[in-house]
Design a protein around this ligand. Sequence first.
Ligand code: PEP
Ligand code: MN
Length: 340
Amino acid sequence: MIVVMKRDATQDEIDKVKVTIEELGYKPHPIEGVLRTVIGVVGDERGKPHHAENLKQLPGVDRVVPIVQPYKLASRETNDNETSIFEVDGVVVGNNKIPIIAGPCSVESEEQVMEIAKAIKKSGASMLRGGAFKPRTSPYTFQGMGEEGLKILAKAKELTGLPIVTEIMDPDDIEIIEQYADVLQIGARNSQNYALLKKVGKSKKAVLLKRGMSTTINEFLMCAEYILSEGNNKVMLCERGIRTFETATRNTFDLNAIPVLKEKTHLPVFADPSHGTGYWQYVTPMTLASIAAGADGIIIEVHNRPEIAVSDGGQSLKPKKFDELMKKAATVAKAVGRSI
Ligand code: PEP
Ligand code: MN
């Protein structure tokens, strides 16, 4: 970090800051400018964010600027500037080939999941998504089929070989969900549920961590840090749109977040244009944009009969449209030196 002194700071105040920096275990490196003095603080400040707060308290200090990122395990430098590559039941994540996760928002019935799973497999999807425990804005709407839904997903995996991605909302459900899931999805509403993040951090299963609707990119990386710091390195980040003043779409899909995250972290970055836009018409263009922007994976809602879906029908693609999307996605992926 760097301590920036006020323009009118006295020599005594500067000396006191230098002494305090040493007391906290660092080396002060003052740079005396024409207008003010700044003091470089050299040492390992990771895990000690309160030290910046301590220094801010001292008379004559204008501000303290952190230099080392607080997300040490998620930081790109931690992995020699390479994207992390890992396997999810045979599907490689983080490599040149972009995995496409597809499936319904909610598991509704065996017939529904089987039909969708067969269709997306045929189109080239690499994992099946489906919520059995649903985070709904209203407690009066469909809450998910629970374990029965997980069993349906397991049957679909048996039939297609597609690994299963499903949401966990309650730390107490982990033992049940782990029996069926290959990827534990943490939804936007639970992005900063630290008890849940710690719990999945202890799991051997991969985690798909969605960005919260009002979570900054730095906060998002700190959420990932919770999982990583418990020992689980198989974390995929997922941009799924944020809340803004815009109402023409369900959320504002933050395409910027993809290259920004790619620069800051080694974790594979996924995009969810279904929740990001909220309308099926915009899902294909934003999928293509995400691939062009450097996404390492895509998650898309697909429903065989979106008109009667119990959740998110309006943003779900029919299997035929999904098939068309896959063909276009392959072209864009090729243009940016990747494949799907
Ligand atoms: C979902 O994937 O169906 C879901 C609820 O997503 P999010 O948490 O991003 O809203
Ligand atoms: Mn959904």
